[in-house]
Design a protein around this ligand. Structure first.
Ligand code: ARG
Length: 498
């Protein structure tokens, strides 16, 4: 509706929060730099515009230069008929037709447990995936698994040292910790680990076999979690995939000229001219590639494979410097077309209820699987005795809680808020849906309202429904699923008072 009105008007509108200011409002003072009188003149002219008066039955000037618009009852009821017609498709559009968005999300690290630290990326990334899909974009989801890097040298060394044949993630995590303990007193260990990683990079078959086992053991756990969360990601190329891409990239003379020797023999890309003081580390002094090298190669590959318009990295704010460097280097090297938007969402952290960093007593990360199990248990306590219902409520609660916070803000993990049946929560929305469905089941076709007036509660639900497509669009374009959550919570409240 907003865009339809804007087209007729030729200027921008804002949805209002307060019904006293109509459904939509234009700030003429802002748009024309001139106040009330002009607003009045415009409003007078608009009152005879037929296209507009078909949709709007009240236009008023308020304050220093606002024009407020109230939608007609007929427009609200028309919209309701559209909802009935389009059903689940209501709110979708083809606004993004012909455009491709790549979303890099979840991206946990092999050989480490899936911690709560990767929850936001998984949930927000999946939400953005759905939002862009609803707007008709071609969406590519890629799980950029952390399955490569010098840490694998350490693991390989330990696995060989201890002759471990069978392992799960917990075992791998222990071996990693043990390596660092041993390395404190024996400095030759780091060197041995480097040699093992070198073997891996050179394709040594023993190193590759053990590495593959690490990947398989980890994926088993990750897949269990994705299943619980109901998240499916199109691709999981992972960092290891870019071995050959990196080698190719290094041969390219246009690329080589940007590599300079750092002090200790490392190869770096100087970004000072790009306004970034810290150079990007391309090759370490021992010749090993880095996280950043692989990310550069990934951009090159994605550009070639999907020709994207936007690449969204759904990754935490703690990696802000990395993405600044990466984007600047990608532009400098011309790895993407100019029109390609490179976005780092930079989400906030989960914090413990005391506002401190969230970790176990021993300082380890909190395992996501344990959190999800607890959520299901708590959902059962709320009276959802059936296993599948408890799962939908418990896990839905966790997902909604994550999404309702603005992406940038830190999130204090509080069970009472997550499971709160009265407030802004997943269970509250689900309860509202259940109520809606039972009303629908009882409603008779002849109770459809075409004549007469709408009471205040009816009108407020209908006014809210009009804004659903707008909520989807802004949530997608601003990379902010919380805007859709705000909308849904507001709608649920209005529906419940109706
Ligand atoms: N595996 C990384 C981590 O856990 C996240 C990867 C994000 N994606 C990327 N293209 N760098 O920190």
């Amino acid at each position: 509706m907003k865009t339809v009105l804007e087209k007729i008007l030729g200027f921008g509108l804002e949805a209002t929060d307060n019904p006293a200011f109509g459904d939509y409002s234009a700030n003429i003072a802002l748009q024309h730099g001139s106040p009330k009188k002009i607003a009045e003149e415009i409003a007078e002219k608009l009152k005879v515009n037929k296209d507009l008066t078909n949709l709007v039955d009240r236009i008023e000037v308020a304050g220093p230069g606002f024009i407020n618009f109230w939608l007609k009852k007929e427009a609200l009821l028309d919209n309701l008929s559209q909802i009935e017609e389009r059903k689940e498709k209501y709110g979708t559009s083809d606004a993004g037709k012909g455009k491709t968005v790549i979303i890099d999300y979840s991206s946990p690290n092999i050989a480490k447990p899936f911690g709560i630290g990767h929850l936001r990326s998984t949930i927000i990334g999946a939400a953005l995936y759905n939002l862009y899909g609803a707007l008709g974009y071609t969406v590519v989801g890629d799980n950029h698994l952390g399955d490569w890097g010098t840490q694998f040298g350490k693991l390989l060394y330990m696995i060989k040292l201890k002759n471990v044949a069978d392992f799960d993630i917990a075992k791998l995590e222990d071996l990693y910790v043990e390596f660092h303990k041993l390395a404190e007193t024996d400095s030759s260990l780091e060197e041995s680990a480097r040699e093992w990683f070198k073997k891996l990079e050179e394709g040594d078959s023993e190193a590759k076999d053990i590495w593959q086992k690490c990947v398989d053991a980890s994926m088993e756990e990750f897949d269990r979690i994705y299943k619980l969360l109901g998240v499916k990601i199109d691709f999981a190329f992972g960092e290891s995939y870019y071995e050959s891409e990196m080698k190719q990239m290094m041969q390219d003379p246009g690329f080589k000229k940007h590599l300079v020797k750092g002090e200790d023999g490392a190869l770096i890309i100087d970004l000072a001219k790009e306004g970034i003081g810290t150079p990007l580390m391309f090759l370490k002094s021992d010749g090993a590639t880095t996280y950043a090298t692989r990310d550069l190669a990934t951009i090159k590959f994605r550009e070639r494979k999907w020709d994207p318009d936007t690449i969204i990295y759904e990754v935490g704010a703690e990696q802000s410097l990395h993405f600044k460097q990466l984007f600047a280097a990608a532009r400098l090297l011309g790895l993407v077309k100019e029109r390609v938007k490179l976005i780092h969402t930079a989400h906030g952290l989960y914090l413990a209820p005391d506002g401190k960093k969230f970790s176990t007593r021993k300082g380890k990360t909190i395992k996501l699987e344990e959190v999800l199990d607890e959520a299901v248990k708590r959902a059962k306590k709320l009276g959802n005795s059936q296993e599948n219902v408890a799962k939908e409520v418990g896990i839905g609660a966790i997902k909604y809680f994550d999404l309702m916070h603005s992406v940038a803000s830190n999130v204090i993990f509080e069970w009472d808020k997550i499971m709160n049946m009265e407030g802004n929560s997943g269970p509250y929305l689900q309860y509202t849906v259940a109520r809606t469905n039972s009303v629908l089941a009882k409603a008779k076709p002849e109770s459809k309202k075409k004549e007469g007036s709408l009471n205040a509660e009816e009108a407020s639900v209908l006014r809210s429904l009009v804004r659903y497509p707008e909520a989807i669009e802004s949530a997608a374009l601003l990379y902010s699923p919380n805007l859709l959550c705000n909308f849904l919570h507001d709608l649920a409240q209005k529906y419940n008072s109706f």
